[in-house]
Design a protein around this ligand. Structure first.
Ligand code: FE
Length: 339
């Protein structure tokens, strides 16, 4: 808050001296970031970047929706040089609204695998999150598990917990299934999930896992870093485990958190430097570890706890598909009664 206020004052001061534009204010090379990633996940990175390059980073954080709306409303008057957000669905939306610039960078193309970035180079994944199956070690034998789709089978009647379909993570998961299986098959699966629900969908992944521990249901689908946070909070011996599904097929559903340079950036050079730096080895290590996610750079290993969950085959479908098919996915979930 302090930071935003200080910045607002500085801006007013600059505007008062008429004729001075924002780019003048940023002449020192400062980069301004709008971030839907929380402060504690980005500040250590920005501090390190500043230490290494002498370029200051100012940022504001908010939820993805409001930040995107704001960037769109501000148009060419925006002070943001970079948008950082989670989920390819949100990044795709930002690109659709024309608030991101296409970036020519061999470095980024080299460091960020093709399926984890926009085909038109308007955004780049910076960390990978896996959305996978979590199960009760008390009531489920992992040999019962195989794929996301199989959770729609009648054996799971009354045993499944899901997070709400309002969350973009589930919209992206279903959008990916749509891209793979088409509408009919995907709808059949989602209906099966809904039929198997033990209780109403949860508002977040953590309460879903708590419900499994409490015995309300036996399996669910979560992002792995929430599992990591629960382990951190409650200890390693919680009666839950992760399962990597679809290993004989397309692989585990992955998504990204990522960033792009804004179309009306006052400091596109500084923003590009930051973006390239974030994809570099040291930053990749930090970026993943701070939220217990996976680095996008394949040569960088994840942190110790994340590595302890084991290796898996990840889906290599371009994550932008999650954005492209978001609307049909939402409509499908609605039709299937998934709330
Ligand atoms: Fe999350």
């Amino acid at each position: 808050m302090q930071l935003i206020r200080a910045f607002a004052v500085a801006l007013t001061a600059v505007t008062a001296v008429s004729g001075l534009s924002l780019s003048t204010a940023q002449a020192a090379g400062e980069v301004v970031v709008y971030s839907a990633r929380q402060e504690h996940l980005i500040k250590p990175l920005f501090d390190r970047f500043t230490e290494q390059t002498g370029i200051d980073v100012r940022y504001i954080t908010d939820d993805a929706g409001p930040l995107l709306q704001r960037l769109r409303a501000e148009g060419r008057n925006t002070r943001a040089d970079m948008l950082m957000t989670v989920d390819a669905g949100n990044l795709w939306q930002a690109a659709e609204w024309g608030v991101l610039a296409s970036v020519e960078s061999d470095l980024l193309r080299e460091r960020v695998p093709q399926h984890l970035r926009d085909p038109d180079s308007r955004w780049f994944g910076l960390s990978v999150r896996a959305r996978t199956i979590v199960y009760s070690t008390d009531r489920v034998d992992p040999s019962e598990l195989s794929t996301y789709e199989a959770l729609a089978d009648p054996d799971w009647k009354g045993r499944v917990c899901l997070r709400t379909s309002k969350k973009v993570y589930n919209q992206s998961l279903v959008a990916t299934m749509l891209s793979r299986h088409g509408e009919e098959r995907t709808e059949q699966v989602v209906r099966g999930w809904v039929d198997n629900l033990a209780t109403q969908p949860f508002s977040n992944d953590t309460s879903l896992m708590e419900a499994i521990i409490a015995g309300q249901c036996d399996v669910g689908i979560v992002n792995t870093y929430y599992f990591g946070r629960l382990q951190q909070r409650d200890g390693e011996d919680i009666p839950l485990k992760l399962f990597w599904p679809n290993q004989d097929a397309e692989g585990v559903h992955v998504n990204v958190s990522g960033a792009g340079i804004t179309r009306h950036a006052g400091n596109p050079e500084g923003a590009l430097r930051l973006l390239e730096w974030l994809a570099d080895e040291e930053a990749q290590q930090m970026f993943g570890a701070l939220n217990m996610e996976y680095p996008v750079a394949p040569e960088v290993s994840p942190d110790e706890r994340v590595a302890s969950w084991g290796d898996f085959q990840a889906d290599t479908l371009n994550v932008s598909e999650a954005g492209r098919l978001q609307v049909p996915a939402v409509m499908l979930m609605d039709r299937a009664g998934y709330r």
